[in-house]
Design a protein around this ligand. Structure first.
Ligand code: NAI
Ligand code: MG
Length: 338
């Protein structure tokens, strides 16, 4: 197993160290190559993602990313030049974000009931495709456009993947989240493709929710959701809400997948570089560790993935929720448990 690791900035390297500690327990033979990308490299050399690095990344089975970003870098540079560029170059069209409220974890909702859902977010289209621009900049008549790109090909591959995942889960339920009442054109295409794909998966029940209503239901009745399939922007927003109601950003893991497996998929905690707590051994590495479980699952190492999840579940059920321990202490516990 050849893994490329991008520790990144802020708490990125801290949580990645612990995630690799846990990985070493389950797959000691994994070959790790670290790549220095992110704010510090950009400051030092002006480079974001050199072609040579990109082609080396392509030679790996998967990529593990900590987080990139720093207040000293103008907004958008790393997001577009590094993170989005990786997702587009490596065709990460399925963004996978599980949301599970583990037993013992105190979420912000008083009585949420069980939460165990999976958001399958489209990763390469929508308003994030970079189709837009500024006209008449710095005049009173300035025009800004961000065109949402929705292709039948792009929607179908993510919807098919979501159905396949729903089929593997006990509840076999899929909800399309969109805004078909206002975004009529994109909404129509999404709806028709979900309907068409549902014919190939008769055992999966299908529901629809407008994205605004989905934010209500994710707070008042999150248990109704099993698999959610949605576009790039809606998925970005609702997965932060999912992370919040399932115990916070320190636990939320994600995968950016090329399901054709032509390119390595990339796994990362949902959180950023958290400059406010960086360097203090305070970050919870659990999201990074769970991202390793997603990575192993994707590479077919299901048994190892389950072991990591079980260790996290045990640790979350038994840890002191008010003082879960330092970054390193949590990593040590998980490595010992696994
Ligand atoms: P953030 O996720 O870094 O931090 C938000 C809040 O959550 C902060 O109070 C932070 O201390 C806390 N937090 C985050 N991860 C935590 C963890 N593992 N354990 C405990 N607490 C944790 O988001 P923010 O502050 O908006 O962004 C900081 C930087 O990270 C920015 O430069 C941003 O662009 C970048 N970023 C990078 C991402 C990535 O690499 N994929 C994703 C999101 C933001
Ligand atoms: Mg986000």
């Amino acid at each position: 197993m050849r893994l490329a690791v991008i520790p990144g900035d802020g708490i990125g390297p801290e949580v990645v160290t612990e995630a690799l500690k846990v990985l070493a327990e389950v797959v000691p033979s994994a070959e790790i190559t670290k790549y220095d990308l992110g704010a510090s490299r950009w400051h030092a050399t002006g480079e974001l993602l050199p072609e040579s690095v990109l082609s080396e990344l392509r030679q790996h089975d998967a990529i593990l990313l900590g987080a990139v970003g720093d207040p000293s870098v103008p907004s958008g540079i790393l997001e577009r030049g590094l993170l989005l560029r990786l997702r587009f170059e490596l065709d990460h069209h399925v963004n996978l974000r599980p949301g599970r409220l583990y037993p013992g974890v105190r979420g912000p909702l008083a009585d949420s009931g069980e939460i165990d859902l999976l958001v399958v977010r489209e990763g390469t289209e929508g308003p994030y495709a970079g189709n837009g621009g500024l006209l008449r900049k710095d005049t009173e008549q300035e025009i800004a456009t961000e065109v949402s790109v929705n292709t039948a090909f792009g929607i179908r591959r993510v919807v098919a993947d979501a159905f396949a995942r729903a089929e593997q889960r006990p509840r076999k339920h899929l909800t399309l989240v969109h805004k078909t009442n206002v975004l009529e054109h994109a909404g129509s295409l999404w709806s028709r493709i979900v309907e068409e794909e549902s014919l190939a998966h008769p055992d999966v029940t299908v529901a629809y929710s407008h994205v605004d209503a989905a934010t209500i239901h994710l707070v008042t009745d999150p248990g109704r959701f099993d698999v959610i399939v949605t576009d790039n922007l809606f998925g970005d927003i609702i997965t932060d809400l999912v992370a919040a109601v399932t115990g916070g950003i320190g636990l939320a893991a994600s995968g950016n997948l090329d399901i054709t497996r032509r390119n390595p998929s990339m796994f990362e905690p949902v959180h950023g570089s958290a400059p406010d707590i960086a360097g203090q051994n305070l970050a919870d590495p659990t999201a990074a560790v769970l991202s390793v479980a997603l990575l192993l699952d994707h590479l077919g190492e299901r048994e190892s993935a389950r072991r990591i999840e079980a260790s996290v579940a045990f640790d979350l059920a038994t840890r002191d929720q008010n003082s879960p321990g330092s970054t390193q202490a949590i990593g040590d516990r998980l490595a010992a448990l696994v």
